[in-house]
Write a protein that binds this ligand. Structure first.
Ligand code: ADP
Ligand code: MG
Length: 385
């Protein structure tokens, strides 16, 4: 599709900049972010693109190609949610957060286009926020750091849209680099970009295409159980602010004080943090056997201890593990649906795709979706004229 032509047709004006921001998938480190722990996402090739031009007045006009709808608002009034076009709330949230920071952007026309599957756990929402933040920055010549853009985008989702997500999605969408995985400390926000051996391996994302509605309550329950674990372990071990601070030995010596479910949740988080750190070493050593074991252990732990997998995710992981050339596989994201990933030897990804497309529908009655992606480049802006 010719986006520039579409822009001119809709807005009767030529776009001046193009902003883009990718979706993401988490390689390892699940349910660790809100425990002040470690995660390791990559940016993926699926992305949101925004073409934009400035306006002389104080109006922002948005048009989403995907939704085939427009929505507009004035920057002179408090920005409100649009109940008729809820897709626009992410962009509205970004403008609102700029204003809250005392930065007054000019009006703009914006065309939003994207191919990040919506609601699949690949964070199309963070990609929309980050692309919007980038577009506003570019149009207004603002001097904002990566971390400013990340926090602004996260605030748009937390405070304006009202989804209480962590910082990982916006962070990787902004900071991702081609060929690299992001090792992120969710407490200090220190990070390291670790080369992913893209010459030898690729990441296959397998979408269950199921999304269970109970995720919200289950998620809050898990968070509560982690907090209870911190409280109870904190009576035995000094200096524990979050599960991130609990050493495995201290956990093993004191786990008898924990109710069974709390113990299971804590064990997952504490060991998952250790797995992320071990995965950094395995990536650096290009040790595929170790990478595979860590991925598979992560899945078992999410399934049996954290209890956030589901039949469809387990089926995808089982199918993947039986394919030659698959290094390891696990569910990714919050769980109860969404996607699983597999790290696969290059050249074998088509074998995996074929196996999933054949077996998964037989076992579930659902046609899955498959996306193949090496670590992609994070957000950026480009001038069009
Ligand atoms: P995800 O797991 O993909 O982040 P969310 O429910 O958090 O799912 O966010 C999805 C929302 O992001 C959509 O409902 C829509 O508002 C916005 N969005 C995603 N892709 C696009 C797009 N191409 N154009 C406009 N808005 C989009
Ligand atoms: Mg989202």
């Amino acid at each position: 599709m010719n986006l520039e032509k579409t822009f001119i047709e809709i807005f009767k004006n030529a776009p001046e900049i193009k902003a883009r921001a990718p979706g993401r998938v988490n390689l390892i480190g699940e349910h660790t972010d809100y425990n002040d722990g470690f995660v390791m996402p990559i940016a993926i090739h699926h992305e949101i693109v925004i073409l934009a031009c400035p306006r002389r007045d104080r109006l922002v006009r948005l048009h989403s190609v995907g939704f085939g709808q427009s929505s507009s608002f004035s920057l002179d009034k408090p920005i409100e949610k649009d109940p008729v076009h809820p897709w626009s709330n992410y962009e509205r949230g970004v403008f609102s957060e700029y204003l809250k920071r005392g930065i007054v952007p000019g009006g703009a026309d914006m065309l939003i286009y994207g191919n990040v599957p919506v609601g699949a756990g690949l964070s199309s929402s963070a990609a929309v926020e980050m692309a919007t933040s980038q577009a506003v920055k570019g149009l207004n010549g603002l001097d904002l750091s990566g971390i400013d853009m990340i926090k602004l985008s996260q605030d748009a989702e937390n405070k304006f849209v009202g989804m209480n997500c962590g910082i990982m999605d916006q962070f990787i969408s902004c900071m991702g680099e081609k060929g690299k995985a992001l090792f992120l400390d969710c407490r200090s926000l220190e990070y390291e970009l670790i080369p992913f051996p893209s010459d030898t391996y690729t990441v296959v994302i397998m979408n269950t295409r199921v999304k269970r509605e109970l995720t919200g309550t289950e998620y809050n329950e898990r968070r509560g159980q982690c907090e209870e674990g911190v409280r109870l372990l904190g009576r035995k071990v000094r200096g524990i602010q979050a599960l991130r601070d609990v050493e495995i030995n201290d956990f093993n010596m004191n786990k008898a004080v924990l109710p069974e479910k709390v113990r299971m949740r804590c064990e997952h988080v504490i060991k998952e943090n250790a797995r992320v750190k071990a995965f950094v070493g395995a990536l650096k050593d290009r040790d595929s056997e170790r990478m595979g074991l860590l991925l598979t252990d992560s899945h078992k732990s999410l399934r049996d201890l954290y209890e956030v997998s589901c039949r469809e995710l387990d089926i995808l992981v089982d199918i993947a593990m039986a394919v030659k050339g698959v290094v390891g596989a696990r569910m990714t994201g919050a769980g109860f649906g969404g996607c699983a990933i597999a790290v696969v030897e290059k050249g074998r990804e088509k074998d995996l795709e074929e196996a999933v497309l054949k077996i998964y529908p037989e076992q579930t009655g659902i046609i899955p979706e498959i996306y193949i992606s090496e670590p992609a480049q994070g957000a950026g802006i480009e001038k069009l004229k």
